[in-house]
Design a binder for this molecule. Structure first.
Ligand SMILES: Cc1ncc(COP(=O)(O)O)c(C=O)c1O
Length: 457
């Protein structure tokens, strides 16, 4: 049985009520990541920090020592048993415990725009509170189609080619479950967002990983070519890319597109960071010649409008692919929050100035973090998009990414995310950690100051 850490599907599953068993799993599972063998030995450096974190049994029973009940072993279906405790939650809990500044989780520490929040309040007051139409409130489907036309030039039918989902996370799940058969091969580029592997596992797919390597995380085209087989059903793309900030170049996308057409392979394209494309223009794979008919484009409101808790997402695909996505969506959630959909339609029709300002703000934040990290002594890899930046931590002499993040939280008071869990082979990520700059400038500066003061080579 494979045993590894994974990220939560949503990087924002936070809060004191979501404590899980980090103390038991973190060190044991990390040992497995590194050695291929699980270990029951406690991790000395973390055991002290963990003493106040509830154990797995506390979670199961929901009890503390004062109200004991029979404790049952944890149960999970085989298709999900390798996906362990959510490390973002654990990191955030550690951040709270150590008073660390959280540059780990990818959600803003500032609020979304007033005009969108007001639209949601108005929708609630106006009584838009019952089940929405399954594939989306008509006005939102229209707004998504308008935005897609503006972004790609493609005219899509809002009634037949757009499905509104509960965040991009549900778009991903509905796409995998609706279009993948057990045994189908799906190619992922590692490092990758955690929900891809988990939902592919639920769909019974065989995951084929191709590792993107620093400094530019370029696509190894020959490896891709030789990985595609007659069983390959789809390639999953994510550009701008979490965690590296890489944006797939036009040349890379052209080659991928021609391989897909040649081999009759679908593309599932996760574009949640499309409006955070800083160094080059975002290209939707669906807009490349011959690709629309074989692409599902997935996106959401959360990153662009700093409203990650709203969970409004969508999938755009030609009718023959939308059919499968909708079949899965119908039985996953059926419909998503009605008033938020009405407000999302208003959001998507924001003037161009909104997007310009968003990028400008993020570029200022990025400059603070990137310059700060360089001055601390990290090797910072170029990030073209998203609100993440990946660095090489090895100048500081820690054994690997998890050991470095442990040190950073406890001794420096800053949270970063170890990247090894984003890989099929965790060794590939052991030198890299990810920081986010979706925080206010004061927070970013304070984190840099702490690192300057306390991190020693
Ligand atoms: C690459 C990527 N895809 C999808 C999501 C999830 O999006 P949503 O919050 O809309 O479900 C995230 C969130 O962090 C992400 O980083």
């Amino acid at each position: 049985m494979q045993n590894k850490f994974t990220w939560p599907s949503h990087e924002m599953r936070l809060g004191p009520s979501t404590f899980l068993n980090f103390s038991k799993h973190f060190c044991a599972d990390f040992n497995f990541i590194r050695t291929g063998r699980p270990s029951s030995a406690p991790c000395p450096s973390f055991s002290a920090a963990m003493s106040a974190v509830p154990t797995q049994n506390d979670v199961v029973s929901g009890q503390t020592e004062s109200t004991q009940k029979t404790q049952q072993p944890l149960q999970v279906a085989k298709r999900l048993e390798k996906f362990k405790t959510t490390i973002f939650t654990q990191m955030s809990n550690l951040a709270i415990k150590h008073g660390a500044i959280n540059l780990g989780q990818g959600f803003p520490n500032f609020d979304g725009p007033e005009f969108v929040k007001e639209a949601a309040i108005q929708a609630v007051i106006d009584g838009k509170n019952q089940y929405a139409r399954g594939y989306g409130v008509p006005d939102l489907n229209n707004a998504i189609a308008e935005r897609f036309k503006k972004d790609t030039g493609f005219v899509v039918d809002p009634e037949k080619e757009i499905t509104v989902t509960s965040g991009c996370t549900e778009a991903i799940a509905a796409t995998m479950l609706g279009l993948i058969n057990p045994g189908d091969e799906v190619i992922l580029f590692a490092p990758f967002y955690d929900s891809y592997e988990a939902t592919l596992s639920m769909a019974g797919a065989k995951v084929k990983g191709i590792t993107l390597r620093p400094p530019d995380f370029a696509v190894p085209i020959d490896e891709l070519r030789s990985t595609i087989s007659k069983n390959t059903r789809a390639i999953l793309l994510n550009s701008p890319h979490n965690p590296t900030g890489k944006m797939f170049t036009r040349e890379e996308l052209d080659v991928i597109a021609s391989l897909c057409i040649e081999n009759d392979v679908l593309v599932f394209s996760d574009e949640v960071y499309d409006k955070l494309a800083f160094e080059m223009d975002h290209i939707s794979p669906a807009s490349l010649p011959g690709m629309y008919e074989r692409t599902v484009t997935m996106n959401s409101l959360g990153k662009t409008f700093s409203l990650t808790g709203w969970k409004i997402g969508w999938a755009i695909a030609p009718p023959h692919l939308t059919w499968g996505v909708r079949q899965a969506h119908s039985y996953l959630t059926f419909a998503t929050s009605t008033p938020m959909q009405w407000a999302a339609a208003i959001a998507l029709r924001a003037p161009d100035s909104y997007y310009v300002e968003l990028k400008r703000d993020y570029q200022a934040k990025k400059a603070i973090l990137v310059e700060g990290l360089k001055s601390v002594g990290f090797k910072v890899y170029p990030s073209s998009g998203t609100y993440f930046v990946v660095v090489d931590h090895t100048p500081f002499g820690l054994e690997n990414d998890v050991a470095f993040c442990e040190y950073l939280i406890k001794e420096v008071g800053v949270v970063a995310i170890p990247t090894s869990v984003f890989y099929l082979n965790p060794e590939d990520g052991k030198n890299l950690v990810r920081f986010t700059f979706c925080k206010d400038e004061g927070t970013l500066r304070a984190a840099v100051d702490r690192m300057k003061e306390k991190l020693r080579r």
